[in-house]
Design a binder for this molecule. Structure first.
Ligand code: MN
Length: 196
């Protein structure tokens, strides 16, 4: 029987200011993320998923188990990509420029996709098995892994992610996140999945 635990944030609560406040992190990580983990642990007990890896639960479950497993996976992935801003470079930068022309154009389309997601969900940068990139939106707990894509970057557009700091201004929140992305992490994800 696997019991999932809340991963520690890889930075302190003040580290992402002003893009994300310490108060938001204390709610988003310590309460929302933890709640998904506790619910998932309770739900999988006695089911076919009680010994499964998280990614396999995301890929193969449905309903409330899927919703909670995917929210656990998505939030870990989301929190891990932040830190000290590091510019985008390498093969991922080349691929973004090949597909969007400029990094700024890519960012603009990514934010526009996040703004247009109706209700709760996530906006993703994902790649296919050939390394071709896509901007995808998913509602609620949706994750592009279930459609055969490899997730690289995600912005949470649930209101709990931004309402303390930005109230209803979702676009301001999304644009501010570019200032705290450690692109080395996104490039590592790209190379890890793509370069074999
Ligand atoms: Mn969230």
């Amino acid at each position: 029987m696997i019991t999932f635990c809340l991963p520690q944030l890889p930075y302190d609560y003040e580290a992402l200011k002003p893009a994300i406040s310490a108060e938001t992190l204390r709610y988003h990580h310590d309460k929302h993320h933890l709640a998904y983990i506790n619910t998932l642990n309770r739900l999988i007990k006695g089911t076919e998923f009680e010994d499964s890896e998280l990614i396999d639960i995301v890929r193969h479950s449905k309903g409330t188990i899927f919703n909670n497993a995917a929210q656990v996976w998505n939030h870990t992935f989301y929190f891990e990509q932040f830190g000290v801003y590091t510019p985008i470079q390498g093969q991922l930068a080349e691929q973004i420029v090949r597909q969007w022309g400029t990094v700024d154009k890519f960012k603009e389309e990514f934010v526009a996709a996040g703004v247009s997601q109706f209700g709760s969900g996530w906006v993703w940068l994902a790649c296919d098995k050939d390394g071709e990139l896509s901007i995808l939106t998913e509602s609620n707990a949706g994750n592009p892994l279930t459609k055969g894509y490899i997730p690289l970057l995600t912005f949470d557009v649930w209101e709990h992610a931004y309402y303390i700091d930005y109230r209803n201004q979702r676009a301001d929140y999304l644009n501010a996140l570019w200032n705290i992305i450690d692109w080395r992490i996104i490039e590592d994800r790209y190379m890890f999945f793509f370069d074999y």
